[in-house]
Design a protein around this ligand. Structure first.
Ligand code: NDP
Ligand code: MG
Length: 371
């Protein structure tokens, strides 16, 4: 069997390194190229271990050939599969590039669907590219999917804020918010789990990936993160996807689909918590604000939400603003963009709205900077 060439975008991160773990264990894949940001040490280790020829990154490495852009990386490597695992709007750009070159996208970067879903899908269809979700809940729904769905549930963990007294949440510090109860992920998505912005993004992602109306997508908290997704069929059947919270499982599935050849190396599960709790409005105001936006179907607001969150989380992580301020900054930016009634009818508009939102976020954030 011919080996499949994989390019991993965001290779030094949480999803990137776990993708490489899977590739190491499953036969039939080679790593043709990687991209990374600043972590030259980990990138160098990957280059050596997987004999990677091409890389894109902010650090020059002693071996391998450095390229200038994601497009160049993909042109040089002709990948069968691209793992898209760069966070934020940079990840949206990387996904749009990947769709022009790959046969399959293993999509972790949910921001691509939030900011540019309609364009990503249109381009994928035009170029005959498969998009296989890596996000665990969407991988679950993808695996359960069939005709005659009534509605679906995607689950959330509730992040680090789930059991904190309500009056203590607003002043929680980055170190406390970064202690995720069930998943070990990059910093932004860990903060986004505590605000449940991540789950709002995932509702949009599910809407785009599975063409389901928003009122057919429900969210419940499963504190153990063992239940990933549930599909309710019209005949009354309920199909549940569950398993240990381990991203290597959905990554393995996205790489090897339609086969399922990744073998987990942890002990089998004896029993697990299947509780499905309602999401509390007072605890996760940004999640409910996100759901309000879905009613308007305004793509500009989705883009603004992402840009504002990206910036606010960065300020929070460097302790310049409080946890509570993330909420206010996002609302101000989204409302401001909303008031301008920008129509997003082409990819260039997506870039334009992101740019504008960043300018507004940069202004609004000043009001909240700690003295
Ligand atoms: P991390 O922060 O752990 O990793 C981000 C990776 O992207 C690093 O390799 C980083 O490089 C690299 N990177 C950052 N900016 C750039 C850039 N401009 N060009 C190229 N590479 C860049 O993030 P995660 O792995 O947690 O998340 C990645 C994506 O996957 C996000 O969109 C997230 O929402 C999604 N996701 C993650 C899950 C998880 O379990 N982690 C679960 C579901 C979805 P460096 O570190 O070298 O600077
Ligand atoms: Mg998820």
């Amino acid at each position: 069997m011919e080996e499949k060439a994989v390019v991993v975008l965001g290779a030094t991160g949480s999803i990137g390194t776990q993708s490489l773990d899977v590739i190491e264990k499953v036969k039939g894949f080679t790593v043709a190229g990687i991209s990374f940001g600043k972590n030259g040490q980990v990138a160098q280790d990957i280059l050596n271990k997987f004999h990677v020829k091409y890389y894109l990154g902010n650090v020059a490495l002693p071996n391998g050939t450095r390229v200038e852009s994601t497009s160049e990386l993909l042109e040089k490597t002709h990948p069968d599969i691209v793992v898209c695992a760069v966070p934020g709007f940079d990840g949206v750009k990387a996904t749009l590039d990947a769709i022009r070159y790959a046969k399959r996208i293993a999509l972790a970067t949910k921001e691509s669907m939030v900011c540019a879903g309609p364009f990503v899908k249109e381009l994928a269809e035009k170029n005959e590219v498969e998009i296989i979700p890596v996000d665990s809940e969407h991988s679950a729904i993808f695996q359960l999917y069939e005709e005659h769905i009534d509605h679906i549930i995607i689950t959330a963990s509730g992040g680090a804020t789930r059991q904190i007294p309500l009056d203590k949440i607003n002043t929680m510090l980055p170190d406390e918010i970064l202690k995720h109860p069930t998943w070990n992920m990059g910093k932004r998505i860990t903060i986004d789990s505590a605000t449940m912005v991540n789950k709002f993004f995932e509702v949009v992602e599910a809407h785009e990936l599975f063409n389901l109306p928003y009122d057919k997508i429900d969210v419940r908290i499963n504190p153990s993160s063992f239940v990933h997704g549930i599909v309710f069929l019209k005949d009354g059947t309920i199909k549940i996807h569950a398993g240990r919270p381990d991203m290597r499982v959905p990554i393995g599935y996205a790489l090897t689909y339609p086969s399922r050849v990744y073998e987990s190396y942890v002990s089998p599960v004896e029993e697990f918590d299947t509780r499905l709790l309602l999401v509390e409005k007072e605890r996760y105001p940004l999640f409910f604000y996100g759901l309000e936006i879905t009613k308007e179907d305004d793509l500009a607001k989705r883009i603004a939400f992402n840009s504002a969150d990206e910036i606010a989380v960065e300020y929070f992580l460097t302790r310049k603003i409080t946890f509570e301020a993330i909420n206010w900054i996002i609302r101000e930016v989204v409302e401001k963009i909303g008031s301008e009634a920008i129509s997003v009818s082409a990819i260039d508009d997506v870039f334009e709205v992101d740019k504008l939102s960043r300018i507004y976020a940069g202004e609004f954030v000043k009001k909240f900077i700690n003295n």
